[in-house]
Design a protein around this ligand. Structure first.
Ligand code: ATP
Ligand code: MG
Length: 346
């Protein structure tokens, strides 16, 4: 049975949509595209801003000729609480109680105001039950007000949400297809306002963290330093980025201190993980998000973190229709990682 679903990623700078068709031959790309998020609207609660987001989403849907209104909606890490919890091996019933306790400790708002869910990502086998091996559980909580806000947008956009999912889960789905066999990987999603981290070990999420800085901070620094308008600063950032030999390294010099703050947070995340999982070392980094296209970013990160760094290709598991389209998609790969993963979910 052929069935189509949209993945919808509402970022602070861009709204991204991907439509995938489920066929007996696998997933087929039906449509994709992005549109600028109305300024300041992505986090706003006001009805007018919600309507603006819905209108922009409708406009994009029309432009790219989507054929369904069934959608999997991405929830930014900044509006959800996610955590990988490690516990002694226990039964499902015990786990339920433990998770409720965990939720009370960890969520800063009353439990009646959130929906939470969890999934066991690693349960040691019976043989290792007596050892120190722990089970790990991926825990997510979303404030009811957040869900209501997204439901309002969906209603105005005449979309039918079939699921909500945190962006990191979508990324893991679209970017680490090798599952169990792949080396432990740090996925970094560098967007406009935020940078999200997620370590995937043996196909499972083992660590998550969200950093409140991203590509916009780099543009702002350029605008401030050189007295540019933001649009011009964006252009300079996109042209020269972290390249040392361009424009006498002037742009690199300006953005490096801001970028290094993000790198420092990534280092801290890696260190935290390493301390808690001394036998599991992260072997590579996969980059995605719009800022993954920053010139020189791959070399810079590889040097700073001493790890192999690759650009993520979420289209890997998707059939593209024509070689021309495949070539075009390559250029946009990092931007659509979340939306592809969302559309793949159903
Ligand atoms: N070629 C490029 N070089 C450098 N940066 C780029 C390039 N193209 C896009 N960007 C940056 O990517 C960011 C937008 O990426 P993306 O769409 O992933 O963010 P978002 O999802 O809207 O934001 P967030 O996830 O933080 O809410 C902007 O800061 C933009 O300047
Ligand atoms: Mg984003």
């Amino acid at each position: 049975m052929a069935d189509n679903f949209l993945g919808l990623d509402i970022g602070s700078n861009n709204i991204k949509i991907v439509e995938l068709k489920r066929t007996s031959n696998g997933l087929l790309l039906q449509a994709y595209g992005s549109i600028e998020t109305p300024k300041g609207a992505s986090k706003s609660e006001s009805q007018a801003d919600l309507e603006e987001i819905a209108t922009a989403t409708r406009k994009l849907m029309k432009e790219i000729h989507v054929t369904t209104n069934k959608v999997v909606v991405g929830l930014p890490e900044s509006v959800v609480f996610t955590r990988v919890v490690e516990l002694p091996v226990m039964s499902d019933q015990e786990l339920k109680t433990a998770m409720r306790w965990e939720a009370e400790q960890f969520i800063p708002i009353p439990l009646k105001d959130v929906k939470y869910d969890y999934e066991v990502v690693k349960r040691p086998t019976k043989e290792s039950k007596d050892s120190k091996d722990k089970m790990s559980v991926f825990f997510v909580a979303v404030p009811n007000t957040t869900i209501e806000r997204y439901l309002k947008i969906m209603k105005v956009a005449a979309l039918e949400p079939v699921a909500f999912e945190t962006e990191l889960l979508a990324l893991v789905r679209s970017l680490s297809p090798e599952g169990n066999a792949s080396p432990s990987t740090l996925i970094i999603n560098i967007g406009a306002e935020t940078t999200d981290l997620c370590i995937v070990s043996k196909g499972n999420i083992a660590f998550t963290r969200s950093i409140s800085s991203g590509g916009n901070a780099l543009s702002k620094a350029i605008a401030q330093e050189l007295g540019f308008e933001m649009t011009q600063a964006e252009e300079y950032k996109k042209s020269y980025g972290l390249l040392e030999n361009e424009l006498e390294g002037k742009i690199q010099e300006i953005i490096k201190p801001i970028f290094d703050v993000i790198v420092g947070e990534v280092e801290r995340g890696l260190l935290f993980y390493q301390t808690h999982h001394p036998t599991d070392s992260v072997k590579r980094i996969i980059l995605c998000g719009g800022t993954a296209k920053l010139p020189g970013i791959v070399m810079y990160l590889a040097g700073a973190l001493d790890l192999e760094v690759q650009l993520g290709d979420p289209w890997n598991n998707v059939k593209k229709g024509s070689p021309d389209l495949a070539k075009k998609l390559e250029e946009h790969a990092p931007l659509y990682a979340v939306a592809v993963g969302l559309a793949m979910r159903v």
